[in-house]
Ligand binder design. Sequence first.
Ligand SMILES: [Zn+2]
Length: 247
Amino acid sequence: MCKLCIGSASGNQPASPSRRAAIGMMGALSLLGLSAAAGVAYAKSPPKPENVLSPDQALKRMMEGNERYTSGKTKSRSVASTRAVLAGGQNPYASVLSCADSRVAPELCFDEEIGDLFVTRVAGNYVTSDILASLEYGVAVLNTPLIMVLGHTSCGAVSAAVSAFEKQTEFPGHIQNIVTELMPAVRATAAEPHQGTLLQAATIKNIKQNVQRLQEATPILSRAVQAGKIKVVGGLYHLDTGDVELV
Ligand SMILES: [Zn+2]
């Protein structure tokens, strides 16, 4: 049986609120226990000690890496030796919810290497249930202290949503799902005074809305935010300069 299913599989009666809370706690503890059993945890010796950081230290490191990237002063890498260090576990210092756009490459734009960033991607960088689950795993099991929602300028996904809003454009197949998910940001932006074009402003609105969704996502992320264990921030990647602007 999956360790996360311990509570729900123990009887057919609906769980009381207090029992549900206990089940939730058991699930969280089991999740942490699972990491130890699988050799993923690193409580005694993290494979990358330099990645054990506070939320503020993690953000500072990301932004300094971006500065190296934009100035062309990136650090040298030894992928083979790092791969060996990480074979038994991982402790990335930040999670990223990035757009899938091929021009936005988190490890490159923050001048990091394997084992540093826990990256989830979807066109339009919005929270889905699967992405939320991955980011919860990053926090609860891997202890990542920082999550960055990373959007970018000239985003095709946001542009599609703007086009659907302004011209009632419809998109084939499952592409329409992206438009549906991004439409709240476009509508909210259009309904208020905003700087720049609707595309520019909606891109930033979408980042901010998804930062808030993660901050309020119960139970794991919201608790970690309230306890000060993690921070969730938004970043806008400029395609032309490579600069990441915090928004
Ligand atoms: Zn994009």
